[in-house]
Design a protein. Structure first.
Lengths: 112, 886
């Protein structure tokens, strides 16, 4: 979908977006993409476009809300913010991710 | 909860596509602008910043696509796309679209309309308990014409006792009554039915109660049950009707209950009273007047019941040979009994529309084939561009469904428009037709579901061949075939040929069927009724026994005499006469007779003739011929010598070569003879309709046999319908309390008698005509396509020196060969299928060679005409042009 470069797992991206919104407050798509890139440093190559279907998916679930507004540089943009459900969901998603990561870690650890 | 939110959001998105698309565009634009802005701040040139921003974004189109898929329902949207594309395709070839849609609309419309009748009549639920097990039981005897008729009370009692196949058997008989004291006297169709008769039907009254077995006895109270109709009309829905006293035939009856609305058995009955059979009635084997209703034990089949009853009857016949020998018991399910004579015509019509629908399918399939073949290149391009077979298949299916749906919608509209004409199948004035009363044919949910189902089936039928062919297309092959117009591949050829052959075969079946029905109808309407129905008005009356008792025949004589005199004096009346059982009225009765000097007939084989009691003016008024001897005169009075006339059929059958005039008929018994001298021979009258056999008729003077049922007939100079009022006034002048059952011109009665035949013959010929037109269009389409497709081949042939005549012959030959093959298959089908119609035909053999030849010739002529135009176009191809076009 996002071309060959995207190595971001779907659930991962969702959680990244949620965490970003949690720490940064309302933010537009470009801002979210940049923040994710900055936080992950060189560890991740992200097609910035792929966050838009993810944002829509989260909005459809009711985890985030969106609203048109203006940036500091006076540019019209759509701002996303975390909803009540989304805030609660971060916890669940974090647990899920940690469980998955732990499982993967056990697999990758040298046997016995 | 979350799922609902997602679905809701996706659904609303379907309807806000444009706004959402614009918003997305703006959002993505602002994203890029943010990126460019930031990069330029870091010192990049505008050009480099934009390139870098776009690279980091990673493809706007892909993002938009992914976003859209997430937003709505991709399947629906693809379907909508297919639909839009399909519609565009149809609009692009309007001739094809219109022909196909019209064809389907006709096929689906005709089927839906006929089905609405079938559903309203044959499939209507019966309002009785477990109606599948309710049977009517009849006795047929060759002496009485071999038709299933009512049985004797003696037979009934024994059958009830000895046949374990029935849970219960119940007697009934008609017992007409006149209601007085409720305004004008009303003649009511009434039935005397036993208490268990109503229990067999399993109906409960809407008011009051049914009578009990105790009440249903000769000593029981005089009680009556009313129909919903009579309660609402004559008694103005009186809520206190139960326990009220009403007067029937001058006797006080207590109303016990009101039957529910929609309860109409036996048909048209307004009042049910206890049968009150006496014990001695069950010893009577002589008078067959009992109509039997029974409920089969569960698990017992119709055939088993029939066999058991006939075995019992064989024993009865051994004990009572005089009355019962030759009796055959006929068990008829209630459903069939109610459907009567409309069942067969309806099924035949259903078959006819079914054939028409198949032709419509074949036609559309042919058209689609031709059109899809033209689209081979388009399909090949789609394949080449990477479309999957499934994707192309989906497009084809969508287009077929689209066509079928538009056609189906048109069909429903046609059915709605045509549906009320089908009511003509159900004349309401005629009592001698055994058909159910139908006043409306609803286009309800069931009918619409039927239309929808056949629409889908149609789409499947006509869509499947082109789809399968479409799927076989190989991208490279298709591109080659169209671009270098070789001869058609055998495969394409075969399916197109199949379409033509199918259509021709089906049309031939339909046309021969229609031909037989129409020929029968022609024979029937041209058959002589034996009387002149034009300008004759009839009024049927019943002389109720309380005012005109058997013990006072003079009163009846005086009444008839006075009314006839007054009628004769009416301006505009040429003559008047009276008869007991009016021809075509459905009323009739017979008497057994013996001839003088003849050996007494074998037991139970005494011949019977229809009783026709008339006044001297009757023959002249009705225009019935007097073949020999004399008519009755005023001198044939009560006290004078007993005289009779017989009809030609009876004269031929019983006085072969002898002059019947002066011979005598014994209407009594061997021991107590009652002699009547034959004074005249009349022409035959078709008293039961032109298509029914003539009965033996025996006329006697009313004065000598004052019968309580009379029909006045008057020959008028003007329109007989305009005379109804003055004729009725003449009756009421003599007896103001006498209801006129029915006043109707004889020609109307005669024409209504033929209503089912007329309507079904008109319908089936209309269907056959449509089928012929469809076939013509179908053949034309296929041939025209074949010519277009073989343009270059023909061009090459002509360039190589083939004369135009040869090309014309070659193309015509193709059409004719296919037609002939279709004709052969159709003939076989017609021979088989028209056999099913035997009982509907009148003096026309199912193998009628004339009708078969006409159908074949017409069909071949039409097929030739349909292939001539395209063939001529083929012959007029300019070889240079044809070869240069590609």
């Amino acid at each position: 979908m996002g071309g060959d470069k995207s190595e971001v797992l779907q659930g991962t991206l969702d959680l990244m977006v949620l965490k970003t919104l949690e720490s940064m407050g309302p933010l537009h798509g470009y801002g979210i993409a940049r923040r994710i890139e900055q936080v992950s440093g060189d560890g991740l190559s992200l097609n910035q476009g792929t966050i838009y279907p993810a944002l829509l998916r989260l909005e459809q679930r009711g985890w985030i809300n969106s609203e048109w507004g203006t940036s500091e540089t006076n540019r019209r943009a759509k701002f996303y913010s975390l909803s009540g459900i989304g805030r609660k969901q971060i916890e669940t998603e974090t647990e899920n991710w940690e469980r998955t990561a732990a499982t993967m870690a056990r697999f990758l650890a040298p046997s016995n | 909860m979350e799922l609902i939110r997602i679905l809701f959001s996706r659904c609303t998105a379907l309807f806000r596509r444009q706004t959402l698309d614009e918003e997305l565009d703006e959002e993505l634009r602002s994203h890029i602008d943010f990126a460019v802005e930031e990069k330029m701040k870091r010192g990049m040139s505008a050009q480099a910043a934009r390139t870098e921003a776009m690279r980091a974004f990673g493809g706007v189109t892909q993002t938009t696509e992914a976003y859209r898929e997430q937003r709505g329902f991709p399947i629906f949207e693809a379907m909508a796309n297919d639909l839009r594309f399909g519609l565009r395709q149809l609009v692009k070839s309007p001739a094809f679209a219109l022909t196909a849609i019209l064809t389907l609309a006709l096929g689906i419309g005709a089927s839906t309309a006929i089905f609405s009748v079938v559903k309203a009549v044959l499939l209507a639920p019966l309002p009785y308990k477990d109606p599948g097990r309710i049977m009517t039981v009849w006795t047929a005897n060759p002496v009485r014409g071999g038709h299933p008729l009512s049985s004797s009370a003696g037979d009934f009692a024994i059958w009830k006792q000895r046949s374990a196949v029935f849970e219960d058997l119940a007697p009934s008989f008609d017992d007409e009554k006149t209601l007085t004291g409720q305004g004008a006297p009303l003649f009511l169709i009434s039935y005397a039915v036993s208490a268990n008769y109503l229990r067999i039907l399993g109906v409960e009254p809407q008011l009051g109660r049914l009578y009990t077995d105790q009440e249903d006895s000769p000593q029981g109270p005089k009680v009556a049950l009313l129909s919903d109709h009579i309660w609402r009309t004559t008694f103005h829905s009186d809520p206190g009707i139960v326990t009220r006293t009403i007067r029937l035939d001058g006797i006080a009856y207590t109303v016990l209950g009101v039957m529910p609305r929609g309860f109409d058995y036996p048909t048209s009955v307004e009042i049910w009273t206890p049968s009150a059979m006496t014990a001695s009635a069950y010893d009577d084997f002589n008078h067959p007047y009992v109509r039997i209703l029974g409920r089969l034990r569960s698990g017992v089949t119709l055939a088993q019941a029939q066999k058991t009853l006939n075995d019992v009857e064989a024993q009865v016949a051994a004990a009572h040979p005089q009355t019962d020998s030759g009796n055959r018991v006929v068990v008829v399910p209630l459903r069939e009994q109610l459907d009567g004579d409309i069942r067969k015509p309806l099924l035949i019509l259903m078959g006819a529309v079914g054939l028409m629908l198949l032709i419509a399918c074949a036609n559309t399939a042919g058209l689609s084939l031709a059109r899809n073949a033209e689209r081979q290149k388009e399909i090949a391009v789609r394949f080449a561009l990477g479309a999957t077979r499934l994707r192309v298949l989906r497009q084809f299916v969508t287009e077929s469904l689209l066509l079928a749906m538009i056609g189906g919608a048109g069909g429903i509209l046609l059915a709605l428009a045509g549906n009320r004409f089908l009511l003509k199948l159900f004349p309401n004035e005629v009592a001698n037709l055994n058909i159910p009363k139908v006043t409306q044919i609803p286009m309800d949910f069931g009918v619409l579901m039927f239309a929808f189902t056949i629409t889908l089936l149609t789409a499947l039928l006509f869509g499947i061949v082109p789809v399968l062919k479409g799927l076989r297309t190989e991208a490279s092959a298709a591109m080659k075939e169209t671009s270098r117009g070789s001869t058609t591949t055998r495969r394409t050829n075969r399916s197109r040929s199949a379409v033509v052959v199918t259509e021709v075969a089906l049309s031939l079946i339909l046309m021969t069927g229609a031909g037989l029905v129409v020929a029968s109808f022609q024979k029937v309407i041209n058959a002589d009724l034996g009387f002149q129905p034009d300008h004759v008005l009839s009024l049927q009356l019943f002389l109720p026994p309380d005012h005109y008792p058997d013990t006072d025949p003079t009163k009846r004589r005086r009444f008839v005499q006075e009314v006839e005199n007054r009628l004769n004096e009416l301006p505009g009346v040429e003559s008047a006469g009276t008869i007991n059982f009016l021809p075509l009225s459905g009323f009739w009765g017979t008497s057994g007779f013996l001839l003088r000097g003849q050996a007494p007939p074998k037991e139970g084989q005494a011949p019977e003739a229809d009783n026709r009691i008339i006044t001297p003016g009757y023959l002249r008024t009705m225009g019935i011929k007097l073949l020999r001897g004399r008519n009755f005169t005023d001198a044939d009075r009560a006290g004078s010598a007993h005289v009779a006339m017989i009809n030609q059929t009876m004269a031929k059958q019983f006085f072969k070569g002898k002059d019947p005039i002066g011979e005598e008929l014994n209407l009594g018994s061997l021991d107590k003879p009652d002699w009547w001298e034959i004074v005249g021979v009349t022409g035959d009258v078709k008293a039961f309709g032109q298509d029914q056999p003539t009965h033996l008729d025996m006329y006697r003077p009313f004065d000598q046999v004052p019968f309580p049922l009379v029909a006045f007939t008057l020959r008028t100079k003007t329109d007989p319908a305009s005379m109804v009022k003055s004729a009725e006034e003449a009756v009421w002048y003599v007896d103001p309390n006498l209801p006129v059952l029915k006043a109707i011109p004889m020609n109307l009665l005669a024409s209504q008698t033929l209503a089912v035949r007329r309507a079904s013959s008109a319908l089936i010929s209309a269907f056959a005509m449509l089928a012929l037109v469809l076939t013509c269009i179908g053949i034309y389409g296929v041939m025209a396509y074949a010519v277009a497709h073989r343009r270059q081949e023909i061009g090459v042939r002509m360039a190589l020196g083939a004369p135009r005549g040869d090309v014309l012959r070659m193309m015509m030959g193709l059409g004719v060969r296919l037609t002939l093959l279709g004709v052969v298959i159709g003939l076989v089908g017609a021979f088989v299928l028209t056999r099913l119609m035997t009982s509907l035909l009148f003096e026309v053999n199912t193998m009628n060679p004339l009708i078969f030849s006409i159908a074949v010739i017409v069909l071949i002529a039409v097929a030739m005409a349909a292939s001539y135009l395209p063939s001529r176009r083929a012959a007029s191809i300019d070889p240079m042009q044809a070869l240069r076009t590609e």
